[in-house]
Design a protein around this ligand. Structure first.
Ligand SMILES: [Zn+2]
Length: 311
């Protein structure tokens, strides 16, 4: 592994057999043939480690154990498969467990060096007792619960900038006063029946860079400042980009980079440990999506390397 002039690294579940064997889900974050290009680009920037499996007992702290047991055994109804968005296979379970394991490993990194990265994750439509929207396990809620239970964080921000509302996350943390759930999303998009986050910023179809960034400044920043988080999760969804098959907003690549720079810059300046997960991205042009993902890594490294004074 080449040496990098910084202490940061990223986790990926994409090298797991579950991502390459068997039938591919009709929709996934990136068509299978492009995953290699994403991983190569990431590995030029930082060490890329394979995701460890999440221990099931951590999932059981936030998900209904009966739900998990049924899914592990494939006792899933057609209606449940429709809500998930694709058919159950053992790979669904393996992907969920490794993706959530990557987010947990990134959380440990953030405690240690300030920044943790998962090249996947952000399955924010998973509820305590059911799967939805490509989401079986809610990786961020699992890691947030682990942090709070273990006393390693006391005030956890979940900044969900995926184009879809973080409905599962909002539902699962509704009664948790030590978390702040923020979702900035396209109002007319899935999920069509929304939950109530601590702060929802619902944007009209076609919202572009200027209005989006203004929303972050005027609506999100003051609420986050009031909450004074001591740990943050960032769902850096690339499905806000114009041209996304499942998005309804119209950010440019430069707008997404400006968004990322604001989030990572804030965390680095304020000394709040931050985990970034990639969440959704279904661009018609896979190269646009890969560039956005690598741009998110560049933004994170740039902000945190400056803070660390490594270069
Ligand atoms: Zn999304």
């Amino acid at each position: 592994m080449p040496a990098f002039p910084h202490p940061f690294r990223a986790y990926t579940a994409f090298r797991r057999a579950a991502y390459s064997a068997g039938p591919a889900p009709r929709r996934q974050f990136l068509p299978r043939e492009f995953i290699g290009a994403l991983l190569d680009g990431a590995a030029e920037r930082l060490p890329l480690l394979d995701a460890p499996d999440l221990p099931w007992e951590l999932a059981e702290r936030v998900h209904d154990p009966a739900y998990l047991a049924r899914w592990r055994q494939g006792e899933v109804t057609r209606a449940e498969e429709r809500a998930l968005g694709f058919a159950w296979t053992p790979a669904v379970v393996e992907r969920g467990l490794s993706s959530a394991g990557a987010t947990l490993a990134a959380t440990r990194d953030a405690l240690e060096v300030g920044l943790g990265l998962n090249l996947g994750g952000g399955t924010h439509h998973a509820y305590a007792d059911h799967a939805e929207g490509f989401s079986f396990l809610n990786d961020v809620v699992i890691s947030a619960r682990w942090l709070l239970d273990s006393g390693q964080a006391r005030r956890v921000l979940i900044l969900d900038l995926d184009v879809h509302q973080g409905n599962g996350t909002a539902s699962m943390l509704a009664d948790e006063a030590r978390s702040l759930t923020v979702s900035v999303h396209a109002e007319g998009n899935y999920p069509f029946s929304k939950e109530r986050s601590d702060l929802d910023v619902a944007l009209p179809d076609g919202t572009g860079d200027a209005a989006y960034l203004e929303g972050l400044n005027s609506r999100v920043a003051p609420v986050v400042a009031d909450f004074r988080p001591d740990f943050a999760f960032y769902l850096a969804g690339a499905d806000v980009l114009a041209g996304d098959q499942l998005g309804r907003l119209a950010l440019s690549p430069a707008g997404v980079r400006a968004r990322d720079d604001r989030v990572f810059g804030w965390a680095a300046r304020s000394g709040v440990p931050l985990v970034a997960v990639m969440a959704g991205g279904y661009n018609r042009d896979p190269q646009t999506l890969i560039s956005a993902r690598l741009g998110t890594l560049d933004s994170a490294l740039s902000a945190f390397i400056q803070r660390a004074g490594v270069i």
